[in-house]
Design a protein around this ligand. Structure first.
Ligand code: FE
Ligand code: FE
Ligand code: ZN
Length: 277
């Protein structure tokens, strides 16, 4: 069974997201832990979470993915922003203890003018400090497009971060198809080669989730502009290969395409139709 969903707005709570997911044919979903631009999170509604958990169980929703606000930067030059990033992620992880089985995805960061090596060091330090507390959630590093000074464009950079983290078992990777394509990995003509490279650099056992997005731009452009499935540089034939690949097909797929709910519903139906059960 294809495990697929899309990014949903968390404004109305977990039960509302669960119902939305079912309505559009999804069996999982992604959500921002708080306003994507950062700021404080609403108080946790434990009753909503209880209701959501039983709804999810009844309706076969699983593997949901929390996404950290994208303004966080674990390797910022500014110490204040690093502190804010730490406190936000720590708070997110504390809250996620109420949602067992949820994974937590974040953008490693942008080193600005400090250089990738310093960036990697700061991100690893940040994770080591986060993991001083005992959390059950797996934290995912997202593969980035390499726009500006983003850390995590190459598999080697992600591996370098992981190597410096003591509790490596707490970490995984979320592969964003638009980002890796924009980052220069040819998932269109050489998916097999890209996955072999991932396996030799990071290890496929660390790959826990896929952000399934087409790209508005071309291979290696370092842009990060998402396109609808089949309407960008990656194209539908490559998407079909990606969701059916033996190494990927059992992972959860999350759409972050430029769509409202009806558009997501169509893409989910399209991809389910292409999935070989
Ligand atoms: Fe992301
Ligand atoms: Fe993504
Ligand atoms: Zn993106």
């Amino acid at each position: 069974m294809l495990r697929i969903g899309c990014h949903l707005s968390s404004a109305k709570g977990f039960l509302a997201m669960g119902k939305e997911a079912v309505n559009i044919g999804a069996n999982t979903f992604q959500f921002f832990t708080r306003n994507p631009r950062g700021g404080s999170a609403k108080a946790l509604d434990l009753e909503d979470i209880r209701n959501y958990l039983s709804f999810a169980e009844e309706n076969g929703i699983a593997n949901i993915l929390a996404h950290a606000p994208y303004t966080l930067n674990a390797c910022a030059k500014d110490e204040g922003l690093r502190k804010f990033t730490f406190e936000t992620m720590q708070d997110d992880l504390r809250r996620l203890e109420h949602l067992p089985g949820t994974m937590y995805n974040f953008h490693p960061g942008s080193h600005v003018s400090q250089g990738a090596e310093k960036g990697i060091e700061l991100i690893a330090e940040h994770l080591n400090r986060l993991f001083e507390e005992e959390f059950s959630t797996t934290v995912l590093l997202e593969t980035m497009a390499g726009k500006g000074s983003e850390v995590g464009r190459s598999f080697e950079e992600l591996r370098a971060i992981m190597d410096k983290v003591d509790k490596r078992e707490k970490l995984g990777v979320c592969l964003d198809t638009c980002h890796v394509f924009d980052g220069g990995y040819d998932v269109v003509n050489d998916l097999d080669g890209v996955l072999k490279e991932f396996d030799s650099v990071i290890g496929l056992d660390k790959l826990k989730a896929i952000h399934l997005n087409d790209s508005l731009n071309t291979l290696g452009c370092h842009k990060d502009r998402h396109a609808k499935i089949g309407e960008g540089g990656i194209g539908l034939a490559a998407m079909e290969k990606i969701i059916n690949d033996e190494r990927l097909r059992t992972l959860p797929f999350y759409l972050e395409t430029p769509n409202e709910l009806p558009g997501y519903q169509k893409e989910i139906a399209l991809l389910k139709g292409l999935y070989r059960d």
